[in-house]
Design a protein around this ligand. Structure first.
Ligand SMILES: Cc1cc2nc3c(=O)[nH]c(=O)nc-3n(C[C@H](O)[C@H](O)[C@H](O)COP(=O)(O)OP(=O)(O)OC[C@H]3O[C@@H](n4cnc5c(N)ncnc54)[C@H](O)[C@@H]3O)c2cc1C
Length: 208
């Protein structure tokens, strides 16, 4: 997780920053912090692509200077969904824009119903925000379900892809909205499953 010092610019939770760094190709990283937070935070995974800003950040560490050149995507305009149950569905680092949105929702927690987070990762070592999950998420009554696709002997939970968790969760929700973040393929498959479970397209939101 990378905190950044910068003059604050407004954004909608779930939106994506276009970051530039000398010698690197511009990169898209979702804001992991909420618009109300004092600092920008990004969840950055080291990539195989050597020209990526992610790798530049790992190489330069705290001294890195990065320019925020644009903010893209619709994000999640949560004021439109007051009173609804929210089901967040994330693949891998897709948890970052959903964490931004959760932190925004926590500030107006009583405006929303149940908060359900479904997160899929490769292994049990690939989940993020453990400390916050044990504190803030618990305080704000978030139900978290995690699934991994490469199970090991330490894991006794669910295995497979994150969308497989929807079948048991969705029937318990009241007038829900789904917020999904992941690869194009994951979002397409998740939307299709949600449609089968009775969601109409306007109740399925993607940030980008
Ligand atoms: C707009 C945008 C914003 C981005 N923001 C960030 C960011 O903030 N931080 C960052 O590091 N990168 C970011 N990226 C890069 C991108 O999110 C990741 O490189 C890519 O999505 C892979 O994610 P991952 O490596 O975390 O997931 P993986 O570790 O590759 O996958 C996570 C889990 O999903 C499973 N999976 C694979 N296929 C599917 C499927 N079809 N359905 C469901 N589950 C599946 C995997 O098996 C695994 O269990 C961004 C990219 C874009 C385009």
């Amino acid at each position: 997780m990378l905190p950044c010092e910068a003059a604050k610019t407004n954004f909608v939770p779930g939106q994506v920053a276009v970051l530039e760094m000398p010698g690197r190709k511009p990169s898209y990283l979702a804001f992991a912090s909420a618009p109300e937070d004092e600092e920008y935070e990004f969840l950055v995974k080291q990539s195989d692509w050597t020209e990526s800003i992610a790798n530049g950040l790992f190489a330069a560490g705290a001294a890195a200077e990065v320019e925020l050149s644009n903010i893209v995507g619709n994000g999640f305009p949560m004021e439109n969904f007051a009173g609804r149950d929210l089901v967040f569905v994330a693949m891998g680092t897709g948890i970052a824009p959903l964490r931004s949105t959760l932190r925004h929702v926590f500030r107006r927690r009583n405006d929303f119903g149940k908060l359900i987070v479904l997160h899929g990762a490769r292994t049990n070592k690939d989940f993020y925000f453990e400390e916050e999950i044990a504190t803030d998420w618990r305080t704000h009554d978030v139900t978290l379900r995690q699934v991994i696709s490469q199970p090991n002997e330490e894991w006794s939970g669910a295995t497979g892809y994150v969308q497989s968790l929807l079948d048991n969760i969705v029937p318990e929700l009241d007038n829900p909205v789904a917020l999904i973040c992941g690869s194009q393929e994951m979002m397409r498959q998740t939307k299709a499953r949600l449609n089968e479970l009775g969601f109409t397209d306007e109740n399925i939101l993607t940030n980008y």
